[in-house]
Design a protein around this ligand. Sequence first.
Ligand code: NAP
Length: 280
Amino acid sequence: MYQIIDGKRISQEIKDELKERMEALKARGESRCLAVIQVGSDPASSVYVGNKKKACAYVGVDSLSYELPENTAQEELLSLIGDLNGNSRVSGILVQLPLPHHIDEEKILLAIDPRKDVDGFHPVNVGNLSIGRPGFVSCTPAGVIQLLKRSGIEIAGKECVVLGRSNIVGKPMAMLLLQENGTVTVCHSRTKNLKEIAKRADILVAAVGRPRFVNHDFVKEGAVVIDVGIHRNEDNRLCGDVDFDSVAPLTSAITPVPGGVGPMTIAMLMSNCVLGIQEA
Ligand code: NAP
């Protein structure tokens, strides 16, 4: 029988630990403040931003919210980021993505002070991760590592296969697994023999952005499968990159969607906000 890795429970456990940590920090007169910037009113972004503010309130992190109109000029956004970089009360800055097309996303992310880049997207933090220096780590892959560790799954020495090489999931995921002494293979849309490579994995991480792409042909008996994908299926229900029903019986442990990786992303954002830059 396989283990269902319960991201909801583990993320709650992390938020409760952080809440306690925040109480101790406050007792010493310290505070943390996350500035969240949203440009436009994309409904999905509004839900994400709302959840982030709720998590801040739960953990005890102050939050500042900037809801800017869709037609905000890039210069205006850069100037706000400049102000927040210089504001000593603000310890974390988050710009909700995606941004409207007239704004250059890369320019915006580069403008955030790397010491306040709680999303871990700034090239300085990405570089620090790749050479094992302290820095902010991208929240979703950091959440996957916590799921594995807190479920008692050993990474060291394991064959780890990451499906996907995006800057925010696949690449940092591979770096983190490597740091945990896994033997890591990264696959992408040009990979040949994808199924054969995936089938070598003791730990398979699916981050391809394709609903139920990973079926039983991709999975070795006894593997651990982590599903990063989030999609809405034909019935408007959430599903992942993994075809859960066909894959789960083959695995020793698997994350569900919803309730797996999803809740971990916000928990790790809170961790970055409370703990600041951590040893990689
Ligand atoms: P992305 O930027 O679209 O990247 C997808 C990656 O998968 C790319 O590297 C792409 O390869 C690869 N790929 C696509 N089709 C493939 C195929 N047929 N065979 C092999 N590789 C293929 O997506 P992302 O931002 O990394 O996100 C991945 C998934 O995770 C999405 O479903 C997203 O919604 C979800 N997500 C969830 C959370 C969360 O909090 N749980 C956070 C972020 C993302 P190329 O590089 O060659 O194009």
